[in-house]
Design a protein around this ligand. Sequence first.
Ligand SMILES: [Zn+2]
Length: 282
Amino acid sequence: MEDLGTPVLDNHLHLDPANGRGIDAVRDFRRLGGTHLLVVNKPSWHLGVEAEAGEDFRAVFEETLSVVADADAELPGRAWPVLGVHPGLITRLTDERGFSPGEARDLMRAGLDAAAEYVREGDALALKSGRPHYEVSDAVWDASNDVLKHALSLGAELDCAVQLHTEATDDLTEVAEWADERGLDPENVVKHYAGGTLAGPTPSVMSEKDRLRTAAEEGAPFLMETDFVDDPDRPGAVMGPKTVPRRVRWLLEEGEDDAVENAHVETPRRVYGVDTRETLSR
Ligand SMILES: [Zn+2]
């Protein structure tokens, strides 16, 4: 069991104990020195849930809560759930299930309302939303932005962070303004799958050396993630669960202790209000 002498948080990954590696992936993460995880629910349709109403998303959320409880028991730190509606759902609804963009928007907002209930009850740490990273019609784009704005409103109401899946960009100042207008500090908005630098929200940087080097040089608040999807059909699609602890070890070898403290202690505290050091070795 590796001890890197610091909390090590993967800010965004998925676990699928039914079809993927599940808790084995958590054990790999831990063995290399990982301590804390933010586990995001898989897209609803990947779990065979074709939601008709907001409450239907609960089946997806309950699966995440269950695997997070198991992960939590495996780790020297904590595992926390992040719940929401994947922005790609809008395409599935409009292209394959006959929804208008407005109907899809309403269903996705209702799904976020269901996710928000878990945050309100203290069973989830943050919400997840966003907009497509691929080309869509204006109507679908506008509907997606309405969904995203609804997530920001819920984040403001619940005083919780909102993780976003968006197009690849290093400038989301417009989204930061939307958050601000709704009373949510843009710092509590997190762009997942980010590069090393981002204007607006807090970047959750994909753990490639180039991106991390940029983030370390920048010195601004950032998080680290793998977006491990735990999908046996897409083994090479993303980074494995060992990547964040490996990159932390590398950063420490490079003398980037401040960057490690930033991504694994300070930024988690600012964004989510969690204390990764205090919750270590309970
Ligand atoms: Zn993801």
